[in-house]
Design a protein around this ligand. Structure first.
Ligand code: ZN
Length: 143
């Protein structure tokens, strides 16, 4: 059965990221600056290039690919929770090229902003903490 816990919405931010900055690093810095320890992240916009990860379930490790071309951020969806007493941003992106073809994956450092509008919904409740999960090799929520 699915495990869950009830949370409550708190503050909400709307913002935009600076041209030429690293998308992942900027979201991380935003959460640190505002003391966000749990939340939801949404964004749309465009990138100059991207680095996205795919988790190889056999090898239990991420494989990263760099896509060196301008693309639309058709969707960025993520969450913020605690890992090793630090807030961690975990986000996935779907990106579209000029022909409308999409690629997607785990957002990694190396994704450079062209323009980006983001929303962070701060959540309050029992802090969600990530711990190493033997079965998947991932850091998953301890519930
Ligand atoms: Zn991921």
């Amino acid at each position: 059965m699915a495990k869950s816990q009830e949370m409550h919405r708190a503050r909400m931010f709307f913002g935009q990221l600076e041209h030429g900055k690293d998308l992942f690093d900027e979201l991380k810095e935003f959460t640190t600056k505002h003391g966000v320890r749990m939340g939801l992240v949404f964004a749309i916009g465009a990138v100059q290039k991207a680095c996205i990860g795919y988790y190889n379930q056999q090898k239990k490790e991420y494989q990263f690919q760099t896509i060196d071309k301008p693309m639309e951020i058709t969707s960025l969806l993520g969450n913020i929770s605690m890992k090793d007493d630090e807030a961690m941003v975990h986000a996935h992106v779907t990106l579209a090229d000029e022909d409308g073809n999409v690629v997607g994956g785990h957002l990694a450092e190396g994704t450079i902003v062209f323009a980006c509008e983001f929303t962070v919904q701060v959540i309050e409740g029992n802090l969600l903490r990530r711990e190493h999960d033997e079965t998947t090799g991932l850091s998953l929520w301890k519930m």
